[in-house]
Design a protein around this ligand. Structure first.
Ligand code: AMP
Ligand code: MN
Ligand code: MN
Length: 316
């Protein structure tokens, strides 16, 4: 079985893949986790992290391809070259509202806070014992997708599942500190720069910033170091939408969108070729930066202003 991570893999993607990998090895089923992008260093405490291979190291034929936390080969980047739909069954387990329903077996539950919740429910229903390494991987998926139980997708059921995973051996303080308190100076340098370049428009409802390749070079930082910048922008009082534009080495622009309360950023992301959830979504657009930025800001601005006192803010 092949388990590809989605591009820019996060805790949910990595946690689910490693949990499946551990369960498979217990049953003697061969499983290869593959990632086109390097998996985040801060998740290296999860068992099996070092076995995540780049696509070029994965040869051979796979009976099953298991896509989790995403739903299309396009979302797994170069790992998609290993997927031959004539030879392999494709199974999809995802919780994105924007998920595609293509595959031999498709399970999409937009109500789930994380794909790790779905996997947890499935393992339980199949009476598969959850040891502390599997519990830690699943807990990590749930914790990271809920902002450590702070986002609106955190409900009583999410906390109950998390509690069961803690009983099974996950250690919340360790997961938190490994992910959030092992930062490199370069990450904070980039954050400082991004916040310094922050712009607030549309009556204070939209906050955005950008990170160019020059800034990566100055801070000696990489794409991984942009994680979390967008949440700082959303933390401003009155901000409804936060956007971060990141220039990639090939001149494309990766956009991260976050919102509060009313604004559904997944619809905007979907319209621009990406996807995600109502409060967290993203897309990758063609450059240059100024063009991508204008397209996105105009689009957000027109809806933000149409919704309220927009006509007074005089920013369009
Ligand atoms: P990010 O801002 O990269 O953390 O992404 C936020 C959410 O949007 C995550 O749930 C991603 O899976 C989703 N997302 C980001 N980029 C894309 C894309 N190009 N296509 C589909 N979903 C995306
Ligand atoms: Mn994800
Ligand atoms: Mn997820």
């Amino acid at each position: 079985m092949l388990v590809p991570l989605h591009l820019s893999p996060d805790g949910d993607s990595v946690g689910c893949a490693l949990a499946v990998n551990m369960v498979c090895s217990r049953f003697g089923t061969q499983c290869q986790v593959v990632s086109a992008d390097p998996p985040p260093e801060e998740l290296s405490f999860l068992r099996g992290w070092e076995g995540i291979a780049p696509p070029k190291d994965c040869l051979g034929h796979f009976d099953v391809v298991l896509l989790m936390d995403c739903s299309s080969p396009a979302r797994v980047g170069r790992s998609s070259e290993l997927i031959d739909t004539r030879q392999s069954k494709v199974v999809v387990i995802d919780h994105h509202r924007t998920a595609l329903r293509n595959g031999d077996l498709v399970w999409v539950d937009p109500e789930a806070a994380a794909t790790a919740e779905m996997l947890f429910d499935w393992l339980k229903s199949a009476d598969i014992p959850i040891d502390n390494d599997v519990a830690t991987a699943l807990y990590t998926g749930i914790a990271t997708d809920t902002g450590f139980f702070a986002y609106p997708n955190t409900g009583a059921e999410t906390l109950r599942r998390a509690a069961e995973l803690v009983e099974a051996g996950a250690a919340p303080h360790l997961v938190y500190s490994r992910i959030n308190e092992q930062r490199r100076p370069a990450t904070l340098r980039l954050l400082a720069r991004a916040l310094d370049n922050m712009n607030i428009t549309f009556c204070g409802k939209l906050a955005w910033t950008q990170v160019t390749q020059d800034e990566f070079a100055i801070c000696r930082a990489g794409a991984d170091d942009t994680e979390g910048i967008v949440n700082h922008l959303r933390s401003l009082a009155g901000v409804e939408v936060a956007a971060v534009f990141v220039e990639t080495p090939v001149g494309q622009v990766k956009v991260s969108l976050r919102s509060r309360d009313n604004y559904d950023v997944s619809r905007l992301a979907e319209k621009m070729g990406g996807g995600g959830h109502s409060r967290a979504a993203g897309m990758t657009m063609e450059g240059p930066m100024c063009r991508a930025r204008r397209l996105v800001l105009d689009e957000i601005g027109s809806t933000l202003c149409a919704e309220g006192e927009g006509s007074q803010c005089g920013e369009h």
